[in-house]
Ligand binder design. Structure first.
Ligand code: DX5
Ligand code: ZN
Length: 216
């Protein structure tokens, strides 16, 4: 069985010690770093800009997974690419021309993903699946770390797995929000390829054990 990709979210890291925390993630076997970018408009919170990503790029070799919870991804994605991001994930719910955005990001030589909020159905994102490298299923309302996993999102993971397998799309399924050892296992069983986890890893006494518990 292939190993689940673990993408710790630095939203729960110590923002005055990001370098230390990202290096810690690298040393304990994280696969990706999940970076939550919020604009105070698409979601009611403001977090990290491309300048911080650029500074972090110098501190680690880990792959950067940037989750853009912003209303205008077409305006800002290139800044994050230039800052050293390997994957840009935008939201299905934005009004942007999404097929053009996908093409622009892909043509720039990096990976692209699309995310769906809890109230967005898989039917609403299905038309984009042939073109993206990843689909991100939100299992909390985006905006904040430390929320409870919404178990009623699990059928969406299963539904996406079925479509992606049947149509043989080259698209990973990532899940984000309220992931711990127990909910992570539910997502893996439902067909997830990658798990984002913030507060569970960063509040653990032993973050290395927390990461291991996500894929055992
Ligand atoms: C929420 C973010 C998540 C969040 C996950 O808007 O997209 O990445 O940081 O944090 P936990 O694992 O604490 O739910
Ligand atoms: Zn996220």
């Amino acid at each position: 069985m292939k190993k689940t990709i673990i993408a710790p979210s630095i939203l729960s890291a110590n923002f005055s010690n990001l370098e230390r925390d990202v290096k810690m993630l690298e040393s304990i076997g994280a696969d990706w770093v999940h970076i939550d970018v919020m604009d105070g408009h698409f979601v009611p919170n403001i977090t990290i800009g491309a300048g911080v990503v650029k500074a972090l790029r110098k501190t680690t070799k880990l792959f950067f997974d940037v989750h853009l919870m912003i209303a205008n991804p077409e305006k800002y994605w290139l800044d994050f690419k230039k800052a050293g991001t390997g994957l840009i994930v935008f939201h299905q719910e934005v009004l942007t021309d999404k097929k053009k955005l996908i093409k622009d990001i892909k043509d720039s030589g990096i990976k692209v993903g699309v995310s769906i909020k809890p109230k967005t159905s898989i039917e609403e994102v299905e038309n984009l699946l042939p073109y993206v490298d990843l689909v991100l299923v939100m299992t909390v309302e985006p905006g904040f770390g430390g929320q409870f996993f919404m178990e009623d999102m699990v059928p969406k993971i299963k539904g996406l797995r079925k479509i992606i397998n049947e149509k043989k799309y080259n698209c990973l399924i990532e899940v984000d929000g309220g992931i711990n050892a127990q909910t992570g296992k539910i997502c893996i069983d439902a067909g997830a390829d990658a798990l984002v986890s913030g507060s569970y890893i960063f509040s653990a006494k032993n973050p290395a054990e927390a990461i291991k518990s996500l894929f055992i």
